[in-house]
Design a protein around this ligand. Structure first.
Ligand SMILES: CC(C)(COP(=O)(O)OP(=O)(O)OC[C@H]1O[C@@H](n2cnc3c(N)ncnc32)[C@H](O)[C@@H]1OP(=O)(O)O)[C@@H](O)C(=O)NCCC(=O)NCCS
Length: 157
């Protein structure tokens, strides 16, 4: 039986393994175990800002998903950014991804989030089809980013 439950620090290594599967698919990201481990520990330490779920089967972690809170001027209150949704390849197609998203939606409702949003790789057609099936609509927004801001260098000048 697969159970959806809040992640614990003991799940971090298994989650890093799942993120390897995810970041191998998504061309904008590079797998870096140390970075993912650090970020997961930060999320687990800040329950008022972030929440992480795992899907577990016995001792094994077979899926995960996270949400982080932002304040939206458009919505006039808190919204959630969903990330890190991945189900182990061998366990895909059994409703686990849908259940993970449902857990996020239930948590968002209880915690007063006014909207949930996520980013997906435009080339990840299976994931886009999955989100369609789960009732997540597409928007006209696209993502831009400026990575690796050099704060330290600037301050040193
Ligand atoms: C995308 C992913 C999370 C979906 O999880 P999953 O457990 O395989 O999906 P589910 O079994 O819960 O499917 C839920 C619904 O989506 C549909 N669906 C899932 N994958 C699909 C696909 N490739 N094409 C079309 N529909 C799909 C299912 O048929 C199901 O529909 P239904 O309940 O109406 O019958 C999973 O495949 C995965 O981890 N992929 C690799 C990582 C990834 O791409 N993550 C998303 C990053 S944005």
């Amino acid at each position: 039986m697969v159970r959806i439950r809040p992640a614990a620090i003991a799940d971090v290594e298994a989650m890093v393994g799942l993120l390897k599967e995810l970041f191998t698919i998504e061309g904008d990201f590079e797998f870096d175990a140390a970075k993912h481990r650090r970020a997961l520990a930060m999320m687990l330490a800040r329950p008022e800002e972030a929440h992480v779920w795992v899907a577990s089967q016995g001792e094994q972690v077979v899926g995960m998903c996270s949400v982080q809170c932002l304040i939206s001027t458009a919505e006039g209150g808190p919204v959630g950014m969903v990330e890190d949704l991945v189900v182990a390849f061998a366990m895909q197609g059994r409703g686990i991804g849908r259940r993970l998203l449902q857990a996020v939606e239930d948590w968002a409702r209880v915690n007063g989030l006014l909207r949930l949003q996520l980013l997906a790789d435009a080339a990840n057609r299976p994931a886009l089809a999955f989100y369609d099936r789960c009732g997540w609509s597409a928007t006209r927004l696209i993502c831009r980013r400026k990575a690796q801001l050099q704060w330290m260098d600037k301050n040193a000048i």
